[in-house]
Design a protein. Structure first.
Length: 399
């Protein structure tokens, strides 16, 4: 047989090329897998960063809650448009500077709010407004969270129309009534509360009446040994000084002669005017939802017109003419009323008179009417309270 010689030159090159292709494919696959894993990790980091920015934005919103002056508590219930039921805030950098957030606040009812926040991860060299602009157009990561918050009102020990740290003297046609009253024109108050005491005072204090004055309630006069200085200066975990520090209006003691009343500018309640204390007589008007905390740092005299909210008086208060107040009044000195004019003076809600410095008993004369009103109290507390998170899980991821 004829032997055929086989020529195998060139096989090593072919095998080397095949090996290079296989190794290259393995390396490329490893690089691809590594790159994908890096991208997934980076995306996860950015998503968590934006989540943290949104969460920080919600907590910052609760921490810096704005009540009467900022207008959060006085918003209309969603989806009402008069007054506005939402409040949108501009993009802001998160407290840790890791991202930016913005969102909208919705008022669901007088005590419940929804905070809708969108958080984005930041980009170096950009302002928070630019970051928000970039993210809204699809760049980077964003997370949208919702938080249910509720108003935490003051915990006040209210058991009577008038709580007094010293004795009280009534004459003329003065009336102190612990039965629940709905202020004239108020239509969203619900059922009346059970009757409270007319006057609540310490066991050692005297109550005297003269003329056609009267004290009514259940009971008419409550002598309570638990009435102490702390009754007038501690409201749960909030002190009188801390509440005064939250006041939207702080004024020196003076004679406010017909100067207190609602001010409307351009169809809106002008809260910049120091003598604008709301409009309790006309709840449907622009200032009808404005319940400020008013702090007077000395003795004051009020004559005529009206206001609503929480009134804090460091000294003594003298009321003349037909002044109308809707809400809570806390007086560190004494309260004296006189006159009444064509309109009776009214305090709707509750009045607390400490008289911490002995300057005389509380005196009510003329046509003064101090009436217990659960509605006026609750509206004042809801309008001046701060927000807090729900005890159970109050947030949800929105899409």
């Amino acid at each position: 047989m004829k032997r055929v010689l086989q020529n195998e030159r060139g096989m090593a090159l072919a095998l080397a090329i095949v090996a290079l292709v296989v190794v290259g494919a393995l390396v490329a696959g490893a690089f691809f897998a590594g790159t994908q894993e890096q991208r997934v990790g980076e995306n996860s980091r950015r998503v968590l960063t934006s989540f943290g920015a949104a969460e920080a934005g919600m907590f910052e919103m609760v921490r810096t809650w704005k009540d009467s002056t900022g207008g959060f508590n006085s918003l209309g219930s969603y989806p009402s448009n008069a007054p506005p039921s939402t409040r949108t805030w501009a993009p802001a950098t998160s407290p840790s500077n890791t991202g930016a957030y913005s969102g909208t606040l919705y008022k669901l009812n007088d005590e419940i709010f929804l905070i809708d926040v969108t958080g984005t991860d930041s980009a170096a060299g950009l302002s928070s407004q630019q970051v928000a602009w970039l993210k809204r157009r699809g760049g980077g990561a964003s997370q949208r969270l919702g938080l249910i918050a509720r108003i935490r009102p003051l915990q006040m020990d209210i058991k009577a129309a008038v709580t007094s740290g010293r004795g009280d003297a009534l004459s003329g046609q003065a009336v102190i009534d612990g039965n629940d009253h709905t202020p004239t024109g108020w239509t969203t108050c619900g059922p009346l509360d059970s009757a409270k005491a007319g006057i609540r005072t310490d066991t050692s204090m005297a109550i005297t009446t003269g003329g056609s004055s009267q004290v009514t309630g259940s009971p008419n006069i409550m002598r309570d040994p638990t009435v102490t200085d702390s009754t007038f200066s501690k409201y749960g975990d909030v002190s009188y000084s801390a509440l005064a520090a939250r006041a939207q209006l702080t004024l020196p003691g003076q004679n406010f002669s017909n100067s207190i009343g609602p001010v409307v500018t351009g169809g809106n309640c002008d809260k910049s005017v120091l003598t604008n204390w709301g409009d309790g007589e006309n709840p449907g008007q622009p200032c009808g939802s404005y319940f400020p905390i008013v702090h007077i740092t000395g003795d004051a005299t009020l004559n005529g017109v009206q206001g609503q909210g929480i009134l804090l008086v460091d000294g003594s208060l003298s009321v003349q003419g037909g002044f109308q107040w809707f809400g809570i009044t806390v007086i560190r000195g004494t309260l004296k009323t006189a006159g009444g004019g064509a309109t009776d003076a009214h305090f709707w809600g509750t009045t607390m008179v400490q008289d911490s410095v002995v300057v005389g008993n509380n005196t009510f004369t003329g046509h003064a009417n101090l009436l217990y009103s659960k509605c006026a109290i609750l509206k004042a507390l809801d309008a001046t309270g701060v927000a807090t998170m729900m005890r159970s899980r109050g947030w949800v991821q929105l899409f």
